[in-house]
Design a protein around this ligand. Sequence first.
Ligand code: ADP
Ligand code: MG
Length: 410
Amino acid sequence: MKLDISYMRYMTADDFKVLQAVEQGSKNHEVVPTTLIHQLSGMRSMSGTNRSISDLAKLKLIAKLRNAKYDGYRLTYNGIDYLALHSMLNRDTVYSIGGSIGVGKESDIYKVSDKNGVEKVMKIHRLGRTSFHTVRNNRDYLKKISKNGVNWMVLSRLAANKEYQFITMLYAKGFNVPEPFDNSRHIIIMELIKGFPMRRLRKHKNLPQLYNNLMKFIVKLGCSGLIHCDFNEFNIMIKDEDEIDPNDPEEVGFVVIDFPQSISIQHKDAEYYFKRDVDCIRRFFKKKLKYEPKDDPSMLDTDGFGEGYRYAYPDFHRDIERTDNLDELVQASGYSKKHPGDRDLEDAMEDMRNTEETDEDHIEKEEEVEGKEESSDGDDYYYSESEEEESDDGYNSQDEENERIIEALS
Ligand code: ADP
Ligand code: MG
């Protein structure tokens, strides 16, 4: 879905009041009656409300709907984009919107700048959009949802809120995740990681150390109560060489992104997802980097974090000892039997967990990858940009994974 904010500057304060009223009314009404829009907007004259309604409908920020009893309006995705951006522009966390960086599995990613010109990333959650990958996976929950009339906009907002909570908490605890800046509705603003997704990594100056640090991340996250559930080469950003601080003992050279589907270690499928996260990295290192890890007690425990790193393959039962309760603090999926969470959100997140990302899910803009054949010093990293190269060895993680999931679920 395209982000089109070209009309934002023509909108009046009244237009935003009316748009907000439609949003508010949508909480209880599928079709918000015009009279209710007027009441909620706090506008003085009905004719003013009607004028704004007509302008908003022309801009496709709201859509007219008829139901059996009355006519009214509902918010469109454009409308909620405008509302979220308007809030963030007012809060000064966003000043200008740049180009698209890419299209993720269930999101659109843009570069934005704040008023000091600092570039940041804007992630717009777009759950339930029908695109090639959702069709390809013939998702069960799409069927379920069209039956129950689930509100994708609400789910996108909940997913964004969850992700924002996860990274806020993790960043505060010193995990290498992007610094979070703002969240409004289905959009989050975070630090722009200068680097590239690990799927393009072909050479690294210290593969054992990188592998080890990735495993350390998984184990440390687990001990804090969480499992990422999509820990793979698409969601690990390898930092550019010149972004790495050689004097920082905590520096690992990568940043982990994409958290909405993360779960608690108390989740009923925790062990399965933990192992899957470990296996994804293992498989990537083996197939693409030709590296097979070995247990090595000497090099692994560099930060005194305890057990777990001297093993090549972390194990849920052996290595996860709770040291923190982040899952409870953010109410991660499965954190408590008493609080099963929003059913529709749980279904959507479960589907997200079970739909592994592939290269097709990542449509990156040309300018983002141009001229990046090698890193600044041209030696430590090597990038692969070619999509053919990714698939010509017959390695298809999607199929393999789907098979395993079907097996595990049946
Ligand atoms: P999805 O859930 O749709 O997979 P992600 O959060 O993984 O969304 O983002 C999709 C892609 O956008 C990533 O693979 C990465 O290339 C890019 N991206 C996302 N967040 C950042 C960030 N903070 N800095 C740099 N690139 C990012
Ligand atoms: Mg991703």
